[in-house]
Design a protein around this ligand. Structure first.
Ligand code: 2E6
Ligand code: F3S
Length: 317
C-alpha cells in the first residue's frame, strides 16, 4: 500500500531544558550515592515518563515532607518549595537536595529583595501550581499578591501604587503575560520589573518554535504531560497562532490518527520536561501510516547548562 505523504515540522529547541536536565541528574546521582529509596517531594518534573523511569530506579514520589522517613535523602522538585520546607527538613535533621531550577531560585531572590526594600509585590502566575506555591512561600503570608489575568491586574488595589513590584512564574505564555504587565504598567508606571525576564529562556524559545511551525502546519502535536504548565502553554500558543488543532500527548500511544485526517503538514514539539525518546516514538508511529519527511524548524540555539549542587559531593542537611 502506498502511504500518503506527510511533512513533519520538528520545532527546535524542544524538550529538556537545563533546569530539567539538572533536576533529573540530581535524583539519579542521589540514587547512586545513597542507594534506593530516595524520596522526591513532588514530581521532580511534570512528566509521566520521567517520573516512571525514576520510580523504577528507586525514587519514591511524595507530596509532603512528613511522608518521608527522616533517615533517607529527599530531593525537592525543580519547581521550588516554600521556605518552610527546607526549614522543616533541617529541623528533622534530614538529608535534603534542592533540585529547584536556578531560574526559579532567581525569582525567589527577586521577591525577597523587593520585600526587604519595602515594596508591595505582585506575582503573575497560576494559582495552585507548585512553582507559585513555592514563590508565595518565600515570604510571609499576604506579602505577595497573586494575579492570573488582565482582569486581576485591573482589580489589583495596592496600599501604595507608587511602590509596587512584579515577578512572574517562569513558564507562562509570553504574550498573555505581556498584556498583564502592560495593564499593570498603565496603572502603576513606576512598577519595579525584573532585571531580566522571569519567563525563562526555555519557555520563550519553545513558544517561538511553535509560532514558527504553526505558520505552516495544519495540526500541532506537543509531547508533554497534562500537568506541565510550559507544555500546556505550547498547545495554546499553537491554537492562537491559527493551527486547525493542537494536542498535548504523553506519548505516541495517545496519538489518534483521526486528528491528522486531510493534513499534509504536522508540527511536532515537546515541553521542557519531555524526553526526546518520546519525539522519536511519535515520529516512528507517524511513519507507520505516512511517508514522513522530517523538516527541522530552528528558531534558537540553546547553550545554557546548570551545575549540580555541591551537596552531591558533600552530604548536606
Ligand atoms: C520547574 C520550573 C519550570 O509545570 P511546569 O512547566 O512548571 O514544569 P515542568 O516540570 O513540566 O517543566 C520544567 C520546569 C520545572 N519548569
Ligand atoms: Fe528552569 Fe525554565 Fe526549565 S525555569 S526548569 S529552565 S522551563
Amino acid at each position: 500500500m502506498i502511504k500518503p505523504a506527510l511533512t513533519v515540522l520538528l520545532a527546535s529547541p524542544r524538550g529538556f531544558c537545563a533546569g530539567v536536565d539538572r533536576a533529573i541528574q540530581i535524583v539519579e546521582r542521589a540514587l547512586e550515592t545513597y542507594g534506593a529509596p530516595v524520596y522526591v517531594r513532588h514530581e521532580i518534573v511534570h512528566n509521566r515518563h520521567v517520573v516512571g523511569r525514576l520510580r523504577a530506579l528507586g525514587a519514591v514520589f511524595v507530596e509532603e515532607l512528613d511522608e518521608c522517613p527522616p533517615d533517607r535523602p529527599v530531593v525537592f522538585s525543580a519547581h521550588g518549595v516554600p521556605k518552610a520546607v527546607p526549614a522543616e527538613a533541617r529541623e528533622r535533621k534530614m538529608l535534603f537536595l534542592d533540585a529547584t531550577c536556578p531560574l526559579v531560585s532567581k525569582v525567589h531572590v527577586e521577591a525577597q529583595r523587593h520585600f526587604e526594600e519595602g515594596r508591595e509585590i505582585v506575582l503573575i502566575g497560576h494559582a495552585g501550581h507548585p512553582e507559585v506555591v513555592g514563590t508565595l512561600g518565600q515570604l510571609p503570608d499576604g506579602a505577595i499578591h497573586l494575579i492570573e489575568t488582565v482582569a486581576d491586574a485591573r482589580a489589583y488595589a495596592p496600599k501604595d501604587g507608587d511602590n509596587v513590584a512584579y515577578v512572574t512564574q517562569t513558564t507562562l505564555s509570553v504574550d498573555d503575560t505581556a498584556e498583564i504587565i502592560e495593564t499593570l504598567r498603565a496603572r502603576f508606571p513606576g512598577i519595579a520589573a525584573p532585571f531580566k525576564e522571569d519567563i525563562c529562556y526555555a519557555t520563550t524559545n519553545r513558544q517561538d518554535g511553535v509560532k514558527a511551525v504553526a505558520a505552516r502546519a495544519e495540526v500541532l502535536l506537543v509531547l508533554g504531560s497534562a500537568n506541565s504548565s510550559n507544555s500546556v502553554r505550547l498547545a495554546e500558543v499553537a491554537r492562537r497562532a491559527g493551527v486547525r488543532a493542537s494536542h498535548l500527548i504523553d506519548s505516541a500511544d495517545a496519538l489518534d490518527f483521526a486528528w491528522l485526517e486531510g493534513a499534509r503538514v504536522v508540527g511536532v514539539t515537546a515541553g521542557a520536561s519531555a524526553p526526546e525518546i518520546l519525539v522519536d516514538g511519535l515520529i516512528a508511529r507517524l511513519a507507520e501510516r505516512y511517508d514522513v519527511t522530517v523538516e527541522h524548524v530552528e528558531v534558537a540555539r540553546e547553550t545554557v547548562s546548570f551545575k549540580l549542587p555541591r551537596a552531591l559531593d558533600v552530604a548536606v542537611g
